[in-house]
Design a binder for this molecule. Structure first.
Ligand code: ARG
Ligand code: ASP
Length: 715
């Protein structure tokens, strides 16, 4: 009796979990795997309303925004909403101490005032298609190397066929670790103009302190407009371009959110690792996250102090600081969450189940035993080399910024030495062009401090066999305290006028002399060491792991045959569904599903940049000038729901059961940041800005209510 009861309980629990929220699903397979469940949870539309190739569907209103975010159309005149933090780089680029849009906000009061953004694009998905059969064609019986070659060849052909006119962007991506392949075809628009952004005291309210946290009060949205040529096709910026007419845009719901309401997030999740084996999770928790947190502690301390001391540096380094801090904080939450979930034990148990299944199927000895043995060997190698790789990456390749100029110089010299004249000319030109952009956001004293503090970390933390002799000798001879003098005072790269002249009109001989420039020489020694002694071993281990992952994943798919499985995220369009709900982050604490303007006032602190509520917002609060944007006398600000999301989902539409926009996704809660590796339905919540708060800010705060006229607002 007891046995039966607990059995039923287990079944119910697992159905409950499966029922809810884990998963980032493929839009063209919803009908098959998810629709019934979605409808049961409150979705009122069809799978074709979400994705349809022949008719306008939601997918036509969702875009890749820039290189790593999602955005959605909210009017038939090309108006697009995404996160503030997704548009941040562009907003910052238009800002200076005189025109400080970060502090003041920016609102185009008519179309002529919209600002163009160099390098920004949005990508519309034309269609996606399972091309596994075509990709694997002719690969049977081939050796692994030949097979990979054939797959590459097939992919190239598929891409060519999908874009005969050369006007689209095509990509063929592996799903389920290469057990399936999908083709994605995109149309890309490049005339994207900034329409509106709140001050960062709203768009980034709470800053890095509140980042990844609930309760949250960030008005994380910005508005852009897509422009097209007269035929509605992509075109370079031109004053003659006209607002893009989308096939579909989202109506906006004023009805708000109640706990239990169906929610769907439709966007571009970047990367998840749900199927990782134990070793990979262990290395992440135990080594990679802590290593990178430690290095970034230093970076943030140095940059943060300089930002606080000088408003110019604050603007220069704000986007960089946010970027460094973002992963730094997530990794900390990830370690905590994985520990709390006993992730390693769970992985071990999962693999034990898998083994049992394989033994029963008589495939363990012939197939999977080897895979698991090889995981052990290869991850041991990986672990050793990835530490060096992480340190190089954090300090040399993406840390001290003068190394970036050194890398460009180094490449020019290499091309000169190899007599690649054209490349040399192009390299010199593009470096001259890059310099002002680099300098706009560069404060040498800050970079010197980074150099002084970070370079010695390599010596103390990285195995000697991975350090170049040049660097070890230099730091031992000079002493780390004098290193800055030796490098920054002597390098020509810190004298950018001279550098520019040299690049523009210096002789080859003069350029070749830069080989001896201290920062160029130092960079070159790291680069060579990495190329010789780190990168090849790391690549080899990773290649082996990838090949084994494919076999392991195929096994999981077979074991779970008939059940809905979702592939790990790979920055392709996915659907996550769940419901509006709060959660209990720890014993004795329960979180509501929404926050309000009153909470912003509670956090107000003029002494702290991130909590300095703008006067205009205070005024609206004090006079209760809320317009129609209230529930029970309060202005709603953010809400949480149980959709499985990750980086890249920022800016994604959060829609209700009728397909109307209720929010814009921008973050996850601290207690659930391990969801990339292991999802916990009890504690993993995504965070969205309530669309009514965005409208309130546009209308009441900014006085840009004219923008609402082009939207379809469902009262
Ligand atoms: N955590 C969110 C995401 O991963 C928002 C990051 C931007 N905000 C910030 N304060 N750094 O992108
Ligand atoms: N903030 C993330 C993004 O920018 C979303 C997340 O990681 O939940 O995509």
């Amino acid at each position: 009796m007891i046995k039966i009861t607990s059995f039923i309980l287990v079944v119910l629990l697992s159905i409950g979990h499966l029922f809810a929220k884990e998963g980032m699903w493929i839009p063209i397979l919803l009908e098959k795997y998810n629709l019934a469940e979605m409808q049961k949870m409150g979705f009122k539309l069809t799978a074709q309303d979400i994705y349809d190739v022949n008719n306008a569907s939601m997918k036509d209103a969702v875009v890749i925004f820039g290189g790593g975010c999602t955005g959605e159309l909210i009017s038939d005149e090309g108006l697009l909403i995404t996160n503030y933090h997704c548009g941040y780089y562009n907003i910052q680029s238009h800002s200076s101490v005189e025109n400080d849009y970060l502090t003041e906000g920016f609102w185009a009061m008519n179309r002529d005032e919209e600002l163009t953004n160099k390098g920004l694009s949005v990508s519309f998905l034309e269609y996606m298609k399972d091309v596994s059969t075509e990709v694997f064609e002719g690969t049977e019986g081939l050796s692994e190397d030949e097979k990979q070659k054939k797959i590459k060849e097939n992919i190239a052909n598929i891409k060519k066929d999908a874009d005969v006119d050369g006007k689209l962007r095509t990509s063929v991506k592996p799903l389920f670790y290469g057990n399936q392949y999908f083709l994605y075809v995109y149309k890309i628009y490049t005339d994207i103009r900034l329409v509106g952004a709140p001050p960062s005291a709203i768009g980034k309210f709470g800053g890095d302190t509140d980042n990844w946290m609930w309760p949250r009060h960030t008005g994380d949205f910005s508005l852009f407009r897509i422009y097209a040529d007269k035929n509605n096709e992509p075109a370079k910026y031109s004053p003659d371009n006209v607002p893009y007419k989308p096939k579909k845009f989202f109506p906006i719901s004023m009805k708000g959110v109640q706990p239990g309401d169906f929610t769907m997030v439709f966007g571009y999740p970047g990367r998840t690792m749900q199927y990782w084996p134990t070793q990979a999770v262990d290395i992440t928790m135990d080594q990679r996250d802590p290593d990178r947190i430690k290095i970034r502690d230093k970076k943030l301390e140095i940059i943060g102090a300089d930002m606080n001391a000088d408003p110019k540096v604050r603007i220069q380094y704000s986007a960089k600081h946010a970027g460094i801090s973002n992963s730094w904080k997530k990794w900390q939450g990830e370690i905590k969450g994985l520990n709390r979930l006993n992730a390693i034990d769970k992985k071990i148990a999962y693999e034990a189940d898998f083994k049992e299944w394989a033994i029963k199927n008589e495939t363990w000895d012939s197939k999977y035993k080897k895979v698991f043995n090889e995981f052990e060997t290869n991850y041991n190698i990986y672990k050793k080399y990835v530490r060096a790789n992480d340190y190089y990456s954090e300090i040399v390749f993406r840390g001290v910024e003068l190394f970036r100029l050194a890398a460009m110089t180094d490449a020019i010299i290499n091309n000169l030495e190899n007599r690649q004249t054209e490349k040399v000319i192009a390299g010199r030109k593009s470096m001259v062009k890059y310099l002002p952009r680099f300098l706009k956001n560069f404060n040498q004293p800050t970079d010197e401090k980074l150099f002084a503090e970070l370079l010695p970390m390599l010596l103390s933390d990285v195995d000697k066999e991975f350090l170049p002799a040049y660097y070890v000798e230099m730091i031992n001879k000079t002493g780390s305290d004098k290193l800055v003098e030796k490098v920054y005072r002597k390098s020509i790269l810190t004298d950018t006028d001279k550098l520019k002249k040299l690049l523009e009109s210096g002789s080859d001989k003069q350029i070749l002399k830069l080989r001896k420039d201290p920062i160029v020489a130092l960079y070159n020694s790291f680069k060579l060491k990495n190329e010789m002694d780190i990168s090849p071993e790391l690549k080899a281990a990773t290649t082996n792991i990838t090949a084994d992952m494919k076999i392991y994943m195929a096994g999981i798919m077979e074991m779970k045959k008939g059940q809905a499985l979702y592939p790990d995220a790979n920055f392709t369009l996915r659907v996550s569904y769940g419901k509006v709900e709060g959660f209990n982050p720890k014993d004795g604490v329960s979180y509501k599903h929404y926050t309000t303007l009153s909470g912003i006032m509670e956090k107000d602190n003029p002494a702290i940049y991130d909590y300095d509520v703008p006067d205009r917002l205070k005024e609206l609060y004090n006079t209760k000038d809320y317009g129609k944007y209230t529930v029970e006398g309060e202005v709603p600000v953010c809400f949480t729901a149980s959709n499985h999301t990750t980086g890249g989902n920022s800016g994604s539409p959060v829609v209700n059961g009728n397909g109307e926009l209720i929010g814009v996704n921008f973050d996850r809660c601290w207690e659930g940041t391990m969801s990339d590796i292991m999802f916990d339905p009890d504690r993993c919540r995504n965070i969205a800005i309530d669309i009514r708060y965005a409208l309130f800010i546009i209308d009441k705060f900014a006085g840009a209510g004219y923008l609402l006229e082009e939207m379809e607002i469902v009262e």
